[in-house]
Design a protein. Structure first.
Length: 236
């Protein structure tokens, strides 16, 4: 199932420029990754920018035991909570994430405004990553990609527009059939889609984003975080 667009028309002069910028930045960084892969040094970027739960958890433990030097290391590695969201490990991962951001993010930005939308995106992405650290603190493989942030965008969209139909293309062999599916269907399809994010993987030593049940629970948490955050914003 390939979502194309929704059928909501919101009357506003606001353009979803944050969505456009996020898509542009992610594509530019992915092209940089391809260049580094050709040069054989992509692993350096992934391990520096990616989120490694065991590394973060170990540093936290050292700080709690009184090692102040570990606090400096923890502070420097905390930036990976942000940078990990902007690099991707495969063609399918970046295409899937940016497609969902395009379809479900534009109208959310129009109703939230630019500043609130980017804050929502980054906050939800970081919260989802923290849940992944807590769920699998011994993981030594980098976690990368905007999956958590996009899951939250999807959760917020479904909460805000539960009855909206999404224009969809359904591939059937060599034929593409246009259909309309309820937005809530994509909360299920988002989890199914994670199975295919290994297609077109880049050459990264040790791999990234292990496909485990913990990873799926983190994606479900992202959906819930997005819906909960939108509920609070709606109340305000």
């Amino acid at each position: 199932m390939i979502p194309i667009s929704d059928n909501i028309f919101i009357v506003t002069r606001k353009k979803p420029i944050i969505v456009y910028w996020l898509i542009g930045i992610n594509i530019a960084l992915f092209l940089w990754e391809l260049k580094l892969e050709i040069e054989g040094i992509l692993g350096n970027l992934v391990y520096n920018w990616g989120l490694i739960p065991a590394q973060m958890n170990g540093a936290i433990g050292d700080v709690l035991s009184g090692n102040l030097a570990a606090g400096i290391f923890l502070l420097s590695r905390s930036t990976s909570l942000l940078t990990a969201m902007f690099i991707h490990g495969s063609f399918s991962q970046i295409l899937g994430n940016l497609l969902f951001l395009w379809v479900f993010g534009r109208n959310l930005e129009k109703i939230l405004g630019h500043g609130q939308f980017i804050g929502f995106y980054l906050m939800c992405g970081i919260l989802t990553e923290i849940i992944q650290i807590l769920a699998d603190p011994s993981l030594t493989i980098p976690l990368i990609g905007a999956n958590g942030a996009i899951a939250s965008i999807l959760g917020a969209y479904v909460y805000k527009f539960p009855k909206v139909k999404i224009d969809t293309v359904m591939p059937l062999l060599i034929v593409f059939i246009p259909v309309q599916l309820p937005a809530v269907f994509y909360t299920f399809w988002w989890l199914v889609q994670q199975l295919f994010y290994g297609i077109g993987s880049l050459s990264i030593p040790g791999g990234v984003n292990p496909l485990t049940s913990i990873n799926y629970w983190a994606q479900i948490a992202g959906l819930i975080i997005g819906a909960t955050a939108m509920r609070q914003l709606k109340r305000r």
